[in-house]
Design a protein around this ligand. Sequence first.
Ligand SMILES: N[C@@H](CCC[C@H](N)C(=O)O)C(=O)O
Length: 258
Amino acid sequence: MNLKFTKYQATGNDFILIDNRDGKIILSQQQIVQLCDRKFGIGADGLILIEPSDVAPFNVNYYNSDGSQSLCGNGSRAAVSFAASLTLLKDKTSFIAYDGLHDAELMPSGIVRLRMNDTNAVDASREDLFANTGSPHVIRFVNNIQDYPVFEEGKKVRYNDAYKPGGTNVNFVELQDNNALFVRTYERGVENETLSCGTGVTAAALAASTKGYTSPIQIKTLGGELSVTFKKGVNGEFTDIYLIGPAQKVFEGEIVLP
Ligand SMILES: N[C@@H](CCC[C@H](N)C(=O)O)C(=O)O
């Protein structure tokens, strides 16, 4: 069987997008792994099936490159852009994802503004901070981030007993001037550093608020720039969280389903 796909990148986090509105495509974990493989498949950090939903215009069914599932902020931004190409939306929309309902807006510039679900105060009970922004994220503030051993240190935290059984994504964050951050992320489910992680930069922005940073926060990643806006409540809880950044189609094609 041949599978039609479109490849997107959202600040360098790359995804295979598949229109599965008729529900005919059922992929095994092994097939997802092989489609995401950069030597034996198309190559991507994750794969997204756009599927029908009873409560929203569409469902964003996201898989990491190892076949596991969670919320993907960058993938959701790419999915909104792809859904627009399927005429599922013009500018504003909503969709269902792993953690529930999200609103989103596609700007004329191609920037996607994605509403994230409200979340609790950042957990500062350990040396590394922790926030759940739809996916679990450790946040460690570091200096000299360009030279930081993200893979080695990220792997240690990702598999640390403290975060079992699910494990965690791990963000290394350098505080910069003018309310800006530089964030590098080791991603669970990709098991490597990716060029950016949407739920990760969101968690980093919320964590930076414990250091006096205020909304809007500008975030540099290896794959481009994002911004995060939010409101912080009296008990440290976060509402009205938005992840804002570009998402672009790279190519489309057809592959023999492995
Ligand atoms: N790249 C994503 C995060 C995808 C989920 C994550 N790897 C996990 O399994 O927790 C993003 O942009 O948020």
